[in-house]
Structure formats: structure tokens, C-alpha cells
Design a protein around this ligand. Structure first.
Ligand code: NDP
Length: 333
């Protein structure tokens, strides 16, 4: 079963430093389109980038199906294939791509310190943060109770387990519409639980979801809890018209409950040193990838609350590598 990844869950207390440390010129944290593009540019600029991929190598796109809007793929491409292509391109120019997750950072000195997996210390002249964002949950106790037993935030990871069954998707954005359609191809029935009376999704996606015969949209419904036995989901309890006239409790029978209500930027371990907005998106100097700490740059979904597209993430990864290269050139003048 898919285990949601959350760098924010990592323990930010003093790491156990085993004495294993390394000095590098350019450290890239995260391996989505932003991280790989930063790596391609940084490697070609002789910055000898070292990349730590994080727990989900390739990032969020490895959990999507078809990507139809990334320029250069006229027939579309699957997320995992696209990320393998980007990884191969970053490796071709010499990026040192490693398994591991950044668990603590210290940007107080001139050399930036980042600990990997609470043990290895990397001291870097430049850090490019490309840690992306992680799926949000509703915050219900039942999401934990049934974790691994029918609750998921990734239809393309877990949909296979629900072939021929009934499932629900929560959310009204493009992700929810996309996941509902993906699941509709596998499952008998898909309920789309939408808290308002309209979808936030783009018109084309919303229309496709509405026209799919085995998707039933439950307008103005919110989830109160899940039903089940032995930690396995068997149903959901919903509230229709919550707080309004005609409020009523509705029960649906489902085997899988999929969250698609947006994402949280993975910035917690950096917050002591760099500015973020109220949601956690890293603030960069407008028109650049620079954070307020010289030598620390941010790109991709961890700093983009607005566009959040693979192509904009890739573009900002390019900006980060160029900003980093110029920073180093000026520093060593
Ligand atoms: P969004 O933030 O766009 O949508 C989140 C949805 O979840 C909204 O409908 C919101 O409701 C709902 N929601 C949030 N919190 C709750 C809650 N507590 N209970 C019930 N519902 C809740 O996130 P997405 O992940 O859908 O999309 C993020 C970005 O990625 C967007 O820019 C989107 O266009 C893009 N994207 C593009 C795709 C494509 O082009 N193929 C595919 C997927 C995403 P409400 O509307 O009421 O706020």
C-alpha cells in the first residue's frame, strides 16, 4: 500500500551524527522535475551537483498516469517514464544521484549544513531546495485507523487493489477529477465527494468527470468518518448540506477512500532559517529562486503556490541552477 510521504514528519531534533560528513559544492534536495532540471543545468555548469532523491524518487509525477501537457511529448508520456528520462539526463552530465532524505538543516553559517537520514552531514556551498509538496489528509482519526486498509492519497499507486469494487475520491480539483477518472477505469463505481456545489477543476477535466458513467458526484457532501472491520474500509459516513437547512447524514458502501484535496509544501526543516508563507511555501525574491539566505535557493512546488505544474517546476529548477552558478561566480571573484 502507498505510504504518504511527508518530509515534515521527520524528526527535526538533534541528529545522531555518526562522524560521517562530506563537503560538496552544490547540494540538490529532492528529485521531481525541479530537482532534476536544476541538476541538469548545475552539472553542465560544472557545479558537480550531489542530489538526494528523498523517499519518493521522481516526486509526485511518479504517482500520476498520463502527462499530456509537458512540451515535447506530442503523444503524452506517463509520469514515471518522464521522470526516468529527466533522471537519465541529469546523470548523463555527471549528477551524483543518491538515495536519502534530508532530515535537518542549519543555514546559520557561511557553509550550509544538511543532515541526511539523521546521520550523514553534508556541508554545501550551495543548497537547492526542490522538496516539493505532499498530499493532504482531512485530519480524521479514521484516516489513521484505516491507513493501509483502504485509505490512500494516490489512486495510481493503489487503484489496482480496487478493481471491480466501489471507491470514493474526496476533492473537487484537477487531482480529484483525474483520480476519479483513473479509478473509474478500474472500479465498478466511483463516488466523487465534493464539499461545494461546483468543481474547482478546469472545465475540460470537470466535464470529463461529469460525463463518466460510473462516477457519481456527491455535491455538498463532507466526510464525517469511515466504517469498517478489522482496519479495513467498508463504508463512509458523510454529511450532506453541513450547517444548512436539510443537513443529513448519508452512508455509502465503499472499499477504498482516496484523498485528493491538495498538498502541503515540504519545507518544515528549513523554516528556522528561511521565510515561508502561512501555508509553508518558501518565499523567494520575486523573479528569482533566491531565498533570504545567500547560497540557498528554492524551486518547484515547495515555493510555488500558484502554478504547480511540471513544466513550471522544471523552469524554476533551471532558474535555481543559474542563480546558484552566478552566486558562486560572484563569491569566488
Ligand atoms: P486544488 O487545491 O486545486 O483542489 C483541492 C480540492 O480539494 C478543492 O476542490 C477543495 O475544495 C478540496 N478540499 C480541500 N480541502 C478539503 C477538505 N478539508 N474537505 C473537502 N474538500 C477539500 O488541488 P489539486 O491537487 O486538485 O490541484 C493542484 C494544482 O495542480 C492545481 O493548479 C491543478 O490545476 C493542478 N493539476 C493539474 C492537473 C493536470 O493538468 N492534468 C492534474 C492535477 C492537478 P474547494 O474547491 O471547496 O476549495
Amino acid at each position: 500500500m502507498f505510504k504518504p510521504l511527508d518530509i515534515n514528519e521527520s524528526n527535526n531534533s538533534q541528529p545522531v551524527v555518526s562522524g560521517d560528513s562530506e563537503k560538496v559544492k552544490c547540494l540538490i534536495i529532492g528529485s521531481g522535475p525541479a530537482g532534476y532540471t536544476a541538476a541538469i543545468y548545475a552539472a553542465r555548469a560544472n557545479l558537480s551537483p550531489v542530489m538526494y532523491e528523498g523517499l519518493q524518487p521522481g516526486g509526485q509525477l511518479t504517482t500520476t498516469t498520463e502527462v499530456e501537457n509537458f512540451p515535447g511529448y506530442p503523444e503524452g508520456v506517463t509520469g514515471p517514464v518522464m521522470m526516468e528520462d529527466l533522471k537519465a539526463q541529469a546523470a548523463r552530465f555527471g549528477t551524483d544521484i543518491r538515495w536519502g532524505m534530508a532530515t535537518k538543516a542549519d543555514f546559520s553559517g557561511e557553509v550550509h549544513k544538511v543532515w541526511i537520514d539523521d546521520s550523514k552531514l553534508i556541508e554545501a556551498e550551495i543548497v537547492i531546495i526542490a522538496t516539493g509538496a505532499t498530499a493532504k489528509y482531512l485530519g480524521l482519526e479514521d484516516e489513521k485507523k484505516y491507513a493501509g486498509g483502504g485509505v490512500s492519497a494516490c489512486a495510481t499507486c493503489d487503484g489496482f487493489f480496487y478493481r471491480g469494487k466501489d471507491v470514493a475520491v474526496v476533492g473537487g480539483g484537477d487531482t480529484a477529477a483525474e483520480e476519479a477518472m483513473y479509478l473509474a477505469g478500474l472500479c465498478r463505481k466511483v463516488y466523487l465527494i465534493v464539499r461545494r456545489d461546483e468543481l474547482r477543476a478546469s472545465k475540460v477535466m470537470a466535464d470529463r468527470a461529469k460525463k463518466t458513467a460510473n462516477i457519481e458526484i456527491l455535491w455538498k457532501h463532507q466526510t464525517k468518518g469511515l466504517l469498517g472491520d478489522n482496519g479495513v474500509v467498508e463504508g463512509a459516513v458523510l454529511i450532506k448540506n453541513q450547517g444548512e437547512a436539510g443537513e443529513e447524514e448519508v452512508k455509502i458502501k465503499i472499499d477504498g477512500f482516496f484523498l485528493a484535496i491538495g498538498h502541503k509544501p515540504n519545507s518544515d526543516i528549513f523554516k528556522e532559517y528561511i521565510d515561508t508563507d502561512e501555508v509553508g511555501y518558501i518565499k523567494t525574491i520575486p523573479g528569482t529562486s533566491k531565498t533570504k539566505v545567500p547560497g540557498v535557493f528554492a524551486c518547484g512546488d515547495v515555493q510555488d503556490s500558484h502554478y504547480r505544474q511540471a513544466v513550471t517546476a522544471a523552469g524554476s529548477g533551471c532558474m535555481a541552477a543559474i542563480d546558484a552558478e552566478r552566486y558562486l561566480s560572484e563569491k569566488h571573484l
